[in-house]
Every structure is written in structure tokens, then in C-alpha cells.
Design a protein. Sequence first.
Length: 249
Amino acid sequence: MRRKLAAGNWKMNGTSAALAELKALAEANATAAVDILICPPATLLHRAAEVAGDSAVSVGGQDCHSATSGAHTGDLSVDMLKDAGAESVILGHSERRTDHGEGDAVVLAKAESAIAAGLTAVVCLGESLEQREAGETLDVIGAQLQGSVPDGCTGETLVVAYEPIWAIGTGKVPTLEQIGEVHAFLRGRLVERFGEENGSAVRLLYGGSVKPANASDIFAVEDVDGALVGGASLKAADFAPIIAALSDS
Ligand code: PGA
């Protein structure tokens, strides 16, 4: 049985004042029926980990470098993230792939580094609108999964987030059938690659305009084990009903 995961990606949002939202979330979730992860900007990570304390909320990074140290101005190594309190790291988000030209090989190297350090790699995959309309979705997702996820993954080391690029921050959401099709496809590929036990244990998140209003329907889809949430994770009052919907699913 996979434990469900509600993950929040704060992106480039939040200064010290935003820690009050995390505090509210941690206080409301001293224990929880699902895993809860918040990935704040790196500047808040250390304090966020302290605020989350031993509640059901854990914290993670939004990116890392593949090298463990060295001359990489502005970058963060997995050891730095861990030292700041991270247990997971989001990798290959479409905004990284687009804004920083990260291809599958770069994401793969980062994921290998994260897993070697004991972090859970939350690897993001997703098609553009053009690719969906051209009927290429499963080909694109399959290639990204093959290219950016390391060999030998387990349910402990890997989480995969399906995030159609056209659904991120747009208010547009795929149909439940479309989400189900991609998640079933991903499950099949994971089992093929990592074997029945490990492939079945990897959590599959849906991401892209998840809101309190659509969360329950999305969580009812087979093989959706949770969500990666951007905008609606910034406020505890918005994220709480999403966590509740996941707990009830
Ligand atoms: P959104 O972002 O929930 O604001 O659409 C999702 C994501 O990019 O992870």
C-alpha cells in the first residue's frame, strides 16, 4: 500500500513572513494520515525545517546540483539541502527544464546525486500542449521517464510527478481520463523497469492547477497517489482542504 503524498512547491515565492503559513500547517498536522511535503525557496529551507519540527510536515528543495561541491556559483549540493533539513528534492520541474535548459541527462545526474545522499528524488515529467495535441503525450512521458530517472529506484528513493506543462499555473486541468491514462502508463513502465515490488511502491503525483475544488476528483483516479501543488500550497488555508481530500481518498 503506497502512502499518499501531498507536496507543495512554493517556487520563487515567500520570505520570512511565509513561515507563518508553514507553522499553521505544521500545527494542524502534528500527525497526519498522509505524508506532507513543503518545498520552500532555499533561503527559507533551514528555518522551514525548524518550524516543521517533528510534525507530519517534511521539507524539501526545489532543485540541486549534481556535483557534491565545487566551483558552481549560485548552486546548491544535495549535502547542503540535507544539512538544511531537506528530506526530498524536486527535480526536472518544467520551469527548470524551460528556464534553465535542463534536459533529461542533467535531471538524471541530479537524481542520482540526490538518491546517493539519501534524499527522495521527486522527478517531474510532462508534455507541452503542442505535444498533447499532436498525440505525442505517452511518447514524451516515456522518454522523459527513461532519460531522467536513475536505475535501481524504489518507493523510498523515487516519487514521479506527472505535470502537463499546459496545466501548470493556468487553471486548466486534463480530464480525469487523461490523467488516468498517463498514470497507468507510468505505473506500467515503472513495474517493467524496477520490478513488481519496487515499481508498484513508487508514488505517482499529479500536478498542475490542483485546487481544493478539483482535488477529490483527481485523487479518485487510479494510480494517483497524491499531488504536487504550486499556487494552492502557498496558504495553509488552501492546502489544508487538499490534504483533507487526499486523506479521505
Ligand atoms: P500549480 O503548479 O499548482 O500552481 O499549477 C504546479 C507545479 O508546478 O508543481
